[in-house]
Design a protein around this ligand. Structure first.
Ligand SMILES: NC(=O)c1ccc[n+]([C@@H]2O[C@H](COP(=O)([O-])OP(=O)(O)OC[C@H]3O[C@@H](n4cnc5c(N)ncnc54)[C@H](O)[C@@H]3O)[C@@H](O)[C@H]2O)c1
Length: 362
């Protein structure tokens, strides 16, 4: 028993996270592949997300929502294997991401649509070990989820990426897809707001993402002839047409209303991150297409983690059209947050804060 009852945690604001490697997609890809791997090994705990929204699922794009995403990520049993595979090592702790989204923020307040706070607990006491900005972690891991999907599911030798939605998530999608598919040479980008595309291209150049960027005038142009497509918009109505996909295309849809359920009939199969979570949240088009009898449930091949651990085979033919539709998993946030936190501790970054010196009760 210890006599010192004070509890101290590390506070990391976003600038600290950047200094600790939080804007380095190589690292985020390793942390995200790790959480897919441990998901495939079932070494995690991830309850369905509670969501506050002021209406039905579609109001997430209008009035917004607040999600809480608690999880535990293991890895002790696979520590050596994770290290050998370039997935850092074990996590073995729990935490939560609290993530509100207010769609009018960019225009009305010049603030990001979403913000997040992550708490990582000390595995022994379950006291907070770190409280940090989760906004960057969240955007980076969402990009990396598509990057890992592209690594496993894109056609070999893929050259052209099509991006629709060039804001926060568009940036991290592109960083990650390039990381997962090094053969990529070009990126066609479309956003309803051309200024956002221009800003996107500037950021890509600043980050040193070596692709030939072309701003196009329609989503159709971004889709046609693209090997890997990412949709990351705040679209409220579907605009995708199933005829736009070339043979062998992989479409990563991380937003929710871009693709109509009918377009999934042209897909050879669909991969999600966690089918239980997808059904629980109820907004992903993969779920709505199954629920409404537009595609049979057998078309959902499974969770990406099952492919990462080799339990299921992904692409078996260059001609297959594949749809990746993740709802977003708390275990990715925790895995990536843990990577940044460990870096910060090693580098002496962040501000130690106290929960208390001596608790009044207990
Ligand atoms: N699945 C996941 O894990 C996950 C995680 C994080 C975010 N998301 C989703 O990613 C999406 C994008 O997030 P963000 O932070 O970049 O949002 P944002 O509000 O910053 O940007 C959205 C962009 O989409 C553009 N847009 C809106 N409708 C369009 C349309 N019909 N065609 C082309 N462009 C259009 C806007 O001009 C804007 O640039 C959101 O829907 C969000 O919920 C998903």
């Amino acid at each position: 028993m210890t006599s010192n009852r004070s509890v101290e945690f590390l506070y990391l604001q976003q600038e600290d996270c950047v200094k600790a490697g939080g804007y380095d997609m190589k690292g985020t890809m390793q942390a995200t592949e790790r959480s897919f791997f441990l998901h495939g090994k079932k070494d995690f705990i991830q309850p369905g997300k509670p969501v506050i929204r002021w209406g039905g699922p579609e109001t997430e794009e209008t009035t917004g929502r607040i999600m809480s995403m608690p999880s535990f990520v293991g890895g002790a049993k696979y520590d050596q294997e994770l290290q050998e595979k370039g997935m850092i090592g074990q996590v073995n702790t729990s935490g939560i991401k609290f993530i509100p989204s207010k769609p009018h923020n960019p225009e009305k307040h010049n603030l990001p649509r979403a913000n997040a706070i992550i708490i990582i607990t000390d595995p022994d006491t379950l006291m907070p070990a770190c409280i940090m900005d989760g906004t960057l972690v969240s955007a980076m891991r969402t990009g990396a989820a598509s990057g890992v999907a592209a690594k496993y599911l894109a056609r070999k030798g893929s050259k052209v990426m099509g991006l629709v939605g060039a804001s926060v998530q568009g940036i991290t999608q592109t960083m990650a897809v390039k990381e997962g598919v090094p053969t990529l040479e070009a990126c066609k980008v479309f956003d309803l707001n051309r200024g956002t595309c221009e800003k996107f291209v500037r950021e890509m150049k600043k980050l040193g993402v070596e692709l030939d960027f072309q701003i196009v005038d329609s989503a159709r142009e971004a889709f046609e002839d693209s090997d890997v497509i990412c949709t990351a918009t705040m679209a409220k109505e579907p605009y995708v047409n199933g005829d736009w996909y070339k043979e062998g295309a992989l479409h990563c849809e991380i937003s929710f209303w871009d693709t109509p359920p009918e377009a999934l009939t042209v897909m050879d199969f669909v991969v999600v991150d966690d089918w239980y979570q997808v059904k629980h949240h109820g907004v992903d088009v993969a779920w709505r297409a199954v629920r409404d009898g537009i595609i049979p449930e057998e078309k959902i091949l499974g969770n990406l983690g099952e492919i990462v651990v080799g339990e299921k085979q992904g692409r078996t033919d260059d001609a297959q059209r594949i749809f990746f539709n993740p709802i977003g998993m708390g275990i990715h946030d925790l895995s990536e947050a843990h990577r940044v936190y460990e870096n910060a501790k090693r580098m002496g970054i962040g501000q130690p804060l106290k929960l208390w010196d001596n608790p009044v009760l207990g």
